[in-house]
Ligand binder design. Structure first.
Ligand SMILES: NC(=O)c1ccc[n+]([C@@H]2O[C@H](COP(=O)([O-])OP(=O)(O)OC[C@H]3O[C@@H](n4cnc5c(N)ncnc54)[C@H](O)[C@@H]3O)[C@@H](O)[C@H]2O)c1
Length: 372
């Protein structure tokens, strides 16, 4: 009988984002979701029926000897606690973003994992998508020369109006536009440019409370705002590139591109880092009237592939290589995010303590479902 080589995965947290993982992970033949759990048993049962896996309690899932990786899709405030339980149960831990609501909580998780020789992985994994990887290759191959500056904008009017059923957590510790949106931009920037050196920023709050939208389970509920909702600042990277970043829940409409990077020989428009696809555009040349042109997306994984980082981690564990959406990368991103608030509070440039390796690029030419 052929040995089953699939890494068994358990999901804790069966809320709104979980469907994306249940669906995307079916693309990879090295992983299989076998069980799901949630504090709310009804939520777990609903997903177990849709995806034909077992629904169990959190403790039963953590005690299941078959499961190697636990994917933590709970709310941000529970991320560290669930990660600690997972690692204590002897399993690798992969979390939705953020890794934890503070760098000190995240450090505890990483230290526990290191002591137990277990892996920690963390979303976002959108930087592994075809659009971001195409941008990465163009920069690495020198099309824009040495990156010197850039902009990243991730702004909107908050999730409560548009789509979320339980939006209160977006306005509590671990929420806000930086932990919810800016995290995509910063992770993409670290993949594109390498680790950062320091941050100078101002943060503010446009509204003292928000009103949940009609799709909320408690429509028109008043949500107190406990976190900043507008972050504006600059990140200095070790390469010398300086990127201006704005992440906001206070903006009704704007016309900025998600990410642009300006190099010594040209500029690149990088696609929305909250998606996996394009468009990628280049303007190369040192003339003032240089034209922008569309670049073909050269890499695999352009649809909603949330979970790609989990499959990559499973493959990395099996082959002994580093995984890309790593705890170390997420920790550095978390420190950058916290530095915006710290810089604003102190009125000073914040030098970062942490660093990380640039995650390895994905190769061109993979088949759909294939990993290197
Ligand atoms: N909704 C999105 O579009 C989206 C997109 C990307 C990332 N995320 C991230 O995914 C995570 C979950 O978001 P969501 O929108 O699915 O939230 P959600 O509120 O819809 O779901 C969270 C689920 O986790 C469960 N839960 C909470 N604490 C728990 C605990 N200690 N143990 C077990 N279960 C627990 C809740 O009962 C709930 O069912 C968040 O970190 C969020 O930032 C969400």
């Amino acid at each position: 009988m052929e040995m089953d080589r699939k890494t068994k995965i358990g999901i804790i947290g069966c809320g709104q984002i979980s469907d994306a993982y249940f669906k995307a992970l079916t693309a990879f033949d090295n992983v299989e979701i076998t069980a799901c759990a949630d504090l709310n048993m009804e939520a777990a049962t609903a997903k177990s029926e849709t995806y034909r896996i077992k629904a169990v309690t959190v403790d039963e899932l953590l005690a299941d000897p078959e499961i190697t990786i636990v994917v933590n899709l709970t709310v941000p405030e529970a991320h560290a606690e669930v990660a600690v339980k997972t690692l204590r149960a002897g399993k690798h831990a992969y979390a939705e973003k953020p890794l934890a609501v503070s760098a000190s909580d995240a450090r505890r998780v990483l230290e526990l994992a290191a002591g137990k020789k277990l892996r920690v992985g963390c979303a976002p994994d959108t930087f592994l998508g075809g659009g971001q990887q195409t941008s990465r290759k163009l920069i690495d191959d020198g099309w824009i020369g040495r990156p010197v500056a850039g902009t990243a904008f991730f702004m909107g009017y908050g999730p409560e109006r548009y789509y979320h059923q339980t939006p209160a957590f977006f306005y509590k510790t671990g929420g806000g536009p930086m932990f919810d949106l800016g995290v995509y931009s910063i992770t993409a920037l670290v993949s594109l440019l390498g680790p950062a050196k320091g941050v100078s920023a101002i943060v503010s709050k446009g509204f003292e409370y928000r009103i949940a939208g009609p799709q909320s389970l408690k429509p028109y509920e008043k949500l107190p705002v406990e976190v900043p909702t507008h972050y504006s600042g600059s990140i200095e990277f070790h390469t010398g590139a300086v990127i201006t970043l704005v992440a906001s829940f206070d903006v009704w409409a704007h016309q900025h591109k998600p990410i642009e990077i300006y190099g010594t020989h040209g500029s690149i428009e990088v696609p929305n880092p909250n998606t996996f696809g394009g468009p990628v555009r280049l303007a190369v040349g040192d003339q003032p009237d240089v034209e922008w042109s569309d670049c073909p997306v050269t890499h695999q994984y352009t649809g909603n592939m949330r979970g790609l980082g989990v499959a990559d981690m499973a493959k990395a564990i099996a082959t002994g290589r580093q995984h890309r959406a790593s705890g170390k990368l997420a920790f550095h991103v978390l420190e950058i995010m916290e530095a915006f608030e710290k810089s604003s509070r102190t009125g000073q440039y914040v030098e970062l303590q942490s660093s990380c390796d640039r995650p390895a690029p994905l190769p061109v030419g993979l088949r759909f479902g294939e990993l290197d």
